[in-house]
Write a protein that binds this ligand. Sequence first.
Ligand code: SF4
Length: 212
Amino acid sequence: MGETKKLAVAPIVQEGGSLLTAEQLTLLSELLANEGKAEITSFKQLYAEFDADKLEAGAAELETAGLLVSTAGSTVKNVIACNFCKGAEEAGLDLARRLDRAVAGMAAPMPLKVGYAGCALGTSEPLLKDIAVVKMKNRFDLYVGGDPRGIKPRIAQLLVEGLGEDSVVPAVLALIRLYVSSAERKTRFSRFVEQAGMERLRQVVKEEGAPE
Ligand code: SF4
């Protein structure tokens, strides 16, 4: 078996949840390296192994088939969103997609999970994610620091409430950029939140992320 490399593959953020079509599954199985495997991760990405020399062409084919392809490892993962059961508009599908496009694949000191829920029922478990956006009627609340790992799991804390739709992506990007630029390697985002402090993070969101 030659050299193989992993890519993270995910369905688009959509109504109904993380759905893969028969065509997408067939293509994925055709592109997998000989004896390669696809791992279903806990964060809704498939880690798929490709022959190293076919990686680029394979990624392009998957994207043409409507899948999202990004780097595996220490990156920002695809947004872990809810199923939008209240409908695309009411649950904010368009914003969740824009958020995913803006953050997925960014290099980070540790893998970073961003959650999205279309209402306060939060069936996508947003408060167990590093950064979470929860739609509350026509505004959005932003949470940070959730971490379900270990024997002392953390629930994300409310950082800012009532953001307007146009402020959400800049606010999340501002938090990620601060994390990337100032956290030491191997520092989990939840630990970084403790180190930076909620007031500092609120300030960053206010100054750089959410000009309201
Ligand atoms: S978070 Fe709300 S809108 Fe989203 S699937 Fe759950 S109940 Fe439906």
